[in-house]
Design a protein. Sequence first.
Length: 345
Amino acid sequence: MLFRELNRGKCKTYLVACERTRRAALIDPVKTQVERYLAMLAYERLILDAVIDTHTHADHPTGSFLLKDLTDARLIMHRRAPAPAVTHHVEGGDTIMLGDVKLEVLYTPGHSPDSIALYAGDRVFTGDVLLIGGTGRADFAGGDAGRQYDSITGKLFTLPDDTLVFPAHDYRGNTFTTIGAEKQQNPRIAGRTREEYIALMASISFPLPEKIQEVLQPNQTAIDDDKTKFPDLTQLNHVRQLNADEVGVQLKAASPPFVLDVREQQEFTGELGHIPGSTLIPLRELADRARELLAHKMGPTVVVCRSGVRSTTAAAILEGLGFEHVYNLQGGMVDWNDRKLPVER
Ligand SMILES: [Fe+2]
């Protein structure tokens, strides 16, 4: 297996490739470095087979969308990843093949609901769940310190002690660690119970990453233009949430809510289908087409997307336009399908 870290900075991007077939994957590519990656791939005569984001990044624009557009590469993320540009969704237990190289997907939520680790036999790419002498923050929307503890102790720490660990970030100039070393010495988690870890994470006040808004929302939506006005984080925090079962019950009532789906057309009729009777307006068109929805301004509206992230943005946009009773379908069509509620395709 060919292996290299490409950025030599705080954000890590890894190249893994099969020597025989020259098929390569980039893990967590950074948008500002895309030209360098393409030049390096050409120089090494590698074929970019896959770009993989270990999770939706909040601190830098992903290079995955651009690389997918410029090459024939698959864009692989966990099934709870919100971005519509993803071409292949994976879950824990899946494998990603690059010629003879096999990456096993471990589902490791906690830093975010869509976090995965990739295990390649002698090494594991841990994203932002397990860092070198640290762990990723769990205080962003969808983060959960308890689940993070379970992912680290129940999945990553069950790998052999000599497994090399390559995280998505390091802020102290380290390049790798091992599972054994982190089990022994990681100051956040070694020797702590789940409750102690949750209390520790709650006690740390992390500064918000610079430009989180400008970074996170394009990474979640694949909308990266100057026209789109995203609501700010405080507005998003106010969006009222309903889970799939609650929406299911409301739809059977005498006066059901209006259901607005904000995914792309191909998702609406794709694998997850849509809620019967729902109306499609993709998020990128919502601000321009909100006039079409004026009839629903006073009544209850439930906004729907793949995993509940784009729809939270859409709900905040509608609230900003004066819609009074807007709710978000928490967990989106992923949860809706998991609950076996009715879909149309
Ligand atoms: Fe992250």
